[in-house]
Design a protein around this ligand. Sequence first.
Ligand code: IPM
Ligand code: MG
Length: 350
Amino acid sequence: MNLKILLLPGDGIGAEVTSAAVEVLNATAKKFGHTVEYTEGLIGGIAIHKTGKPLPEDTMQKALAADATLMGAVGLPEFDSTPPSQRPERGLLDLRAGLEVFANLRPVKAWPSLIESSPLKNHLVEGVDLLIVRELTGGLYFGTPRFLDGDRAVNTMTYTRREIERVARKAFGFARQRRWKLTSVDKPNVLECSQLWRKVVTEIGKEYPDVELDHMLVDTCAMQIVLNPKRFAVILTENMFGDILSDEGAVLAGSIGMLPSASLGDKKGLYEPVHGSAPDIAGQNKANPLGAIGSVAAMFEYSFGLIKEAAAINTAIGRVLEAGRVTADLKPKGNPLTTDQVGKAVSEAL
Ligand code: IPM
Ligand code: MG
């Protein structure tokens, strides 16, 4: 198969983790007899510096032309007091919207060899394997009106039936591969958006009678994720709740550097690690690339339907973890590896 992939390294550690991920992508393609055609583009702070815009038109065109996009991270501290519309992050939001990737998959897996890296008690974390399906192109992130006007600021949470239906169908589909259990997370005791959310998810649930559906308030969910994470198989939730709960999920995995993500729509796929640009460690070749590498596995699986390739990468990640050949954020056996050494280690383990 010929894979057309756009690389968007972005800011901070984005470039480092992306290059380690590309190493693994190339090794996987070679092993399984695929060819890869890369294009590269600008996004985030670096794009603002070079073009004045966080998502140049050229990048959007390349993303639409590619089969899949692999992104690093966006965000630079120098934009901390810049309004949201001109920040690096806006580039990512516009890319998600432009590609119409409305379903963001964030799997959280407690790898046996990382149990000690989680601050939670072992018996709580052992065996955790859940999937957060976060709605990605609606809600507070995109609702209008939105403005900051002197001493008053407004954001708008908005959802339509169609937006809820399409992400719910994806989540129910994944629940069929994950213990036939789906927890929809919302806040209908306070929010009208959540009232609609619960109604629509319940209706869509009737199309999937084999999947057991329950509903949970987001505050309760925040507590249950650390109290009893094994009760969850698939969590379906709106954009902002999913952003927050997925960082909390990182605690189960031992390091936010471990978490991959896949953003899917009806056509394109966007793949990025859950972590940010980590400017404090950028350029030091010590960021954990396993989230980015796991995102490559997700790309093989979801954009190309290449399940064996995806499984091979995930098995290789497991081996590298087992051998303790990891960066300093985990518990290395011996000296911590650098970002590119981890990329090489995973490629070798393939
Ligand atoms: C994430 C990030 C982004 C988000 C930021 C960088 C815009 O936190 O992917 O979780 O809020 O969606
Ligand atoms: Mg986030």
